[in-house]
Ligand binder design. Sequence first.
Ligand code: COA
Length: 170
Amino acid sequence: MSGAAEVTIRYAREADLEAIQRIYNHEVATGTATWDEEPWPMEKRRTWFAEHDALCPLLVAEAGGRVVGFASLSKMSQKSGWRFTREDTIYLDPAWRGCGLGRRLLGELLQEAWRIGMHAVVATISSENSASIELHRSLGFEVVGTLRETGLKFGRRLSTTYMQLVRAEE
Ligand SMILES: CC(C)(COP(=O)(O)OP(=O)(O)OC[C@H]1O[C@@H](n2cnc3c(N)ncnc32)[C@H](O)[C@@H]1OP(=O)(O)O)[C@@H](O)C(=O)NCCC(=O)NCCS
């Protein structure tokens, strides 16, 4: 593993989907950051990729020609009144955690959110995921609520922490 400074952040391409699958499905199998319990098939990932247009950007972090993380914005709701709000997603290869890359990648994703005119970004986080809560806090997000015991994975009940960042007035 190297420092986050050696990593390039760019928009994702279809050729990145296998790496995105590797990173996400590892988390499905081993962790509670996602409450998916079955690995995503590639067909579902391709549909997800197609949904990430200019108003739902998808970024990857690349180091030495290898994708080591991804982050995206998606709609909180299909209802039109939600159009200035996005939910963020971020996953890193385990070897690249804890060295500042999450902060850099999420920071760039937030710049994308403001650039495309969004007003609020929401994070839906498993309450035991201290790394994600601290990552979001470090970029100005605040905890706005908890849903208790809304999930079950690996035989344990899990809660949801909602965090939110509203764009600062300019
Ligand atoms: C969550 C995740 C993206 C964080 O990225 P990261 O590169 O490890 O985090 P960073 O090194 O940029 O650290 C960001 C902040 O979080 C803190 N942090 C990082 N890992 C932590 C941990 N395990 N426990 C507590 N705080 C932690 C850092 O101290 C830093 O805070 P600071 O800026 O105030 O010092 C990464 O750990 C990951 O991919 N985890 C698995 C997937 C996941 O949980 N995704 C989020 C789903 S909601």
